[in-house]
Design a protein around this ligand. Sequence first.
Ligand code: CU
Length: 163
Amino acid sequence: MSLTGAPPCTGIPNRSHIRVTGGCRTTQRAASPHSRPRRAPMQHSPARSLRRLFTAPLTALALGALLTGPAAPAAGAGRTMTETTVVIEGYEFVPASVTIHAGDSVRWVNKDYDEHTSTSDEPGWDSGAIVPDGDFTQVFPTRGTFSYHCDFHSTLTGKVIVE
Ligand SMILES: [Cu+2]
């Protein structure tokens, strides 16, 4: 009765407290679908926990890398272990001779269309068949000169010198 010019407040009499800032229009806005974006922060929380689910394994991986990295090389503490790559290409080990430090590793990468192996002449290591585009890694913890060959092709020979 006393409201002048304002639309009649019908429909939601119990929400009169919302009218503090603007009468019935505020009440209508609060009840309309347009008010839903205000709930967005609540709806984001599942996504946030999902993101946490995805980042947690990554963090674990990073921690694992940090833990296994320095723990792996027993020889030569304080030195960074390196990996030397030997490419198998054109039925050759390239380079045919590599020199590394004790604790380092050699990785053979097969770039041929044929299978090869990295097999030590003396008992030591045997990669088995390395398929095209496959690779094999061997760690050399002790000093020495280690000759090796391919089990499938007798002309393929190489040498790993560990200092
Ligand atoms: Cu071969």
